[in-house]
Design a protein around this ligand. Sequence first.
Ligand code: MN
Length: 284
Amino acid sequence: MRILISNDDGIHSPGLAALAAAARPFGEVRVVAPDVERSSTGHAITASHPLTARVTAIGDVPAQRVNGTPADCVALGLHQWPGVDVVLSGVNIGLNLGHAVWHSGTLAAAKQAALLGVRGIALSAPSAMEGDVSPLAPWFERVLRLLLVESPEVPLVNVNFPRDPRGLVWTRASTAGYDGRIVPGRDPLDREVFWFTVAPVASSEDRSDRWAVEQRWISLTPLSLDVTDDRELARLRGVLPLDDATAVRVSPPISSASEAKAVRAEESATAGAPGPRRDDGSPR
Ligand code: MN
């Protein structure tokens, strides 16, 4: 089994080394991780300058440090190493619960794998452990055995460890509370500054990821990349039907520069006229 590991805490994180060590018995392991900490950078990619990948090592695991985001690292790692079976991200120093799915670089690395058709598993531990995640090592082994060997192939999973686990549970991502807060402060020159930080919220949702970790369970949340609100979509199609997209000519995809030029010429010739609509419903 080919296992690619990344994170958002950076190449020097003890959580990354702990995950690489835990993964070794399960297959061939390589690490591609950001050269500096990129926590809370979400699913950003680096499009404005080139990426560099410098060879380094984590114990005897081959590794590269990249001047990019977690998503960059996974895309690059999968490009360089064909046939990867699973991407592991973490172990993050800091939990990634509930709405953290929107901010977390740890989760973005796992999601980037899923976008490229590879299984992704994000793993996070409490920041209160201050980087020493070694007490969790037996549980890392247990979770990897579950997700890599025993369980059916869950495509995308978010795993959060409490400090002192008593077992594993499947959960859903909490949506009841949002923990992001703006907290004002002063800089050394007594000017006002603001921290966008996290304030603890208590969970009221049974069987959510936040609830599970509060109850000392290891939380395993299967995630989906499908963000469409199906209930709203069905309601809107009922109460506010728009054009019947099935009734119009569907343009074939544009596959070359010359074809794109021809389409633009056709569009400018018919500009102002209501005209046909593309299959996405936007006016041409
Ligand atoms: Mn992090």
